[in-house]
Design a protein around this ligand. Sequence first.
Ligand code: PLP
Ligand code: COI
Length: 359
Amino acid sequence: MPPFRNFKEGSDLLASARKALDWQNLGFEYTKTDYRFSAVYENGSWSEGELLTSEMIQIHEGAPALHYAQQCFEGLKAQTAKDGRVLLFRPELNAQRMQNTAERLSMPAVPEELFIKGVMQAVSANQAWIPPYGSGASLYIRPLLIGVGENMGLKPAKRYEFRVIVSPVGPYYKSGGLSLISLAVSDFDRAAPHGTGDIKAGANYPGGLYATRKAKELGANEALYLDAAEHRYLEEAGSANILVSMAGNKLVTPKSAAILPSVTRRSIMTIAAEDLGMETEERAIDLRKEVGSFEEVAACGTAAVLSPVGKIWFDDHWHHFYANGEEVGPIMQKLYDLLCQLQSGEREDKYGWTREVAL
Ligand code: PLP
Ligand code: COI
């Protein structure tokens, strides 16, 4: 049983129980925490799951996760609110997305109750690692589903592990906080039109490592992908969806069957319509034809939160947005503030999106 149960005092965790990390200066890195949740699927059913102390997974050399990338993951965050509550943001959407991913990869679905239980237990057991309110850091939660056991031929695993690990993290992009990032359009494709781009399969990501390296050589933070069929329409960045504001108080986001349905993007589109009265639209965005009408651009995701994009590289030069790419524009600033206030419990949650973790 984890030692830090119910040690709330007044409005926050006992300061003495919280780990002494430099919360303001955390990057997006792995930090070993004390517990992880693990459940196993075998012979048609899931185990109840338990908390483990070892960060190592012993895995058979024949595991389909290793040979055929029969593996997927999710990403969400827990944050300390001003009143000391610890809040998750729409975890049921991550549970559903992992189920869609599992189906596409011929893996057993993790029932929503097991997914939420694993997340809750991993957060609660590691409460000493949850960054304090106002630090700008959060506890990143990474649920994993992997095909283990032995297989040689290309067929689904007979055994699976569902594991939830957590790690305190700071901003995803090196620039940190709400500062401008830049993206470079990649010559490579991320996902095929009817491939696996819309699920969170680990196999979607390693090809992007090279694309991101190339983007970084151009001075960008990350690669930006166009549609694989025509190299014309905006898709998404390596680890985040894209938002574009246009004249007439419009917020537009790419419509594509090859991009990850981002929980953050779906939430921001709702906030833009409901709280800012913006006209929101999900549609194909022809980059070259429409770039002149982009007012503000942002990348968004759990790790990226909302990261304003000052410039995009394509066709051999930089294309700048609001204030020549030197300032964060008012629309993205407002959307960022509204999202963060909601996620950290500073703003009334009229959407019912946050979920408290029982500590
Ligand atoms: N697109 C990709 C490729 C991602 O890896 C992520 C991160 O999860 C996102 C978009 C953003 O999705 P979400 O907002 O659900 O974290
Ligand atoms: C997330 O935002 O949760 C992700 O999974 C992106 C990842 C590449 C860090």
